[in-house]
Write a protein that binds this ligand. Structure first.
Ligand code: TRH
Length: 356
């Protein structure tokens, strides 16, 4: 089938990250013909830059406006249109669909949530006055929702890197062999500096890989210019491609991630992590986080449950680090559980079955 994916980058990288992952899964795993129309090509191209050329070559990446320059030719109408995160389709593109001999199905790909209500809304029709069928599609963890974007599934976490991506060679050359390794990709507004000070006092050497822009984020908190403990080494990274960022997560002992794409990648890396969920004004993110933790910690001991909840709500590492061994084992088991639950192919495969 032919697919058009519409990606409007509202803020950050998540919109592009999710659309690119979906596009590559549909194309490389399921042989679909995919075009992406995006309003920020430099960001999309940057994320996609590490993807295998043979895979990338199959996906047609186009500017948003290119979607309607041919709107008068119904032959260009696809079988499926994805509106990622409810981005409205350009009117002129839609006008082209009205005159297409066979109408496509429009899918509104929603945000990922572990909340139970999602199952009631997943795959429901969203009647449109223009008459073209449109459905909600909710990603999620449970069997009765839209699944997760897993591709490419990383190998089980390993700390000995055979191949170091070019952009990361400088940071990697400074890693200390006896140090633990953590990566940090978060939003502003968390107590990052006190968190790091506390971590540094635990007595172990820790190399801290900071995602692009995070050194500045840290300095913004540096009101009292407190020196970080000597056990810590901060290593800024450039913005790397999506594949290279995935690789970083699997090379670390612990990851701080955010949004929804890096959140799933941290789980697939099979390591303990903190999810800095995208903050919403009405605090809806707190409910979302709690729903995820209910699932994630369902089989955990009471001690690990309390520690992981403390960590995810920014308690200092000294309050929960005693649980790290148990958390490590849990993270590996959770990875295996996720892969088993999504053995049907996850989001891309469920989407294909739904369309069929
Ligand atoms: O960038 P994000 O904060 O995106 C957010 C979320 O998607 C959020 O739910 C949404 O509402 C908002 O955007 C609009 O976090 P996320 O989802 O983890 O996406 C980051 C993407 O960037 C992910 O695909 C990984 C990728 N990435 C790189 O490719 N290179 C890098 O160096 C880094 C740090 C990330």
């Amino acid at each position: 089938m032919r697919w058009d994916i519409f990606c409007r980058i509202v803020d950050n990288y998540g919109d592009a990250g999710v659309c690119w992952r979906l596009a590559r899964s549909l194309s490389s795993l399921h042989g679909q013909t995919v075009r992406i129309f995006c309003d920020d090509l430099p960001t999309l191209n940057l994320l996609a830059s590490g993807t295998d050329e043979a895979v990338k070559h199959q996906i047609d990446i186009q500017a948003w406006e290119a979607s309607y320059s041919n709107a008068r030719h119904p032959v260009t109408a696809p079988d499926v249109v994805i509106e990622a995160f409810g981005c409205d389709l350009p009117e002129r593109y839609l006008a082209g669909l009205f005159i297409a001999p066979i109408k496509p199905i429009i899918i509104n790909l929603e945000y990922l949530s572990a909340e139970p209500w999602v199952a009631e809304f997943h795959a429901k029709a969203s009647p449109q006055s223009h008459g073209i069928a449109k459905y909600f599609f909710f990603p999620g963890f449970r069997d009765d929702v839209g699944g997760l974007l897993l591709d490419p599934i990383p190998p089980e976490g390993h700390l000995v890197a055979k191949f170091i991506p070019e952009d990361l060679k400088s940071a990697w050359s400074k890693l200390r062999p006896n140090a633990k390794r953590i990566s940090i990709f978060c939003y502003p507004g968390i107590p990052l500096r006190p968190w790091l000070e506390d971590l540094g006092k635990l007595g172990e050497n820790v190399d801290v890989l900071l995602a692009h822009g995070h050194s500045e984020l840290l300095n913004a908190y540096d009101e009292q210019a407190v020196q970080l403990p000597a056990t810590l080494q901060l290593l800024p990274m450039p913005f790397v491609s999506q594949d290279d960022y995935d690789w970083v997560l699997s090379q670390c002992d612990f990851n701080i991630v955010r949004g929804e794409d890096s959140f799933i990648r941290a789980q697939l890396a099979g390591k303990p992590f903190i999810w800095h969920i995208y903050p919403q004004e009405d605090r809806a993110h707190e409910v979302k986080l709690a729903a995820f933790l209910d699932l994630y910690l369902e089989s955990a001991s009471q001690d690990l449950r309390l520690s992981a909840i403390a960590a995810m709500t920014w308690a200092m590492p000294s309050e929960w680090s005693h649980s790290l061994d148990a958390w490590n084992a849990h993270a590996k088991a959770w990875r295996a559980h996720l892969l088993e639950k999504q053995a049907d192919g996850g989001l891309a495969a469920r989407l294909l079955r739904f369309i069929a």
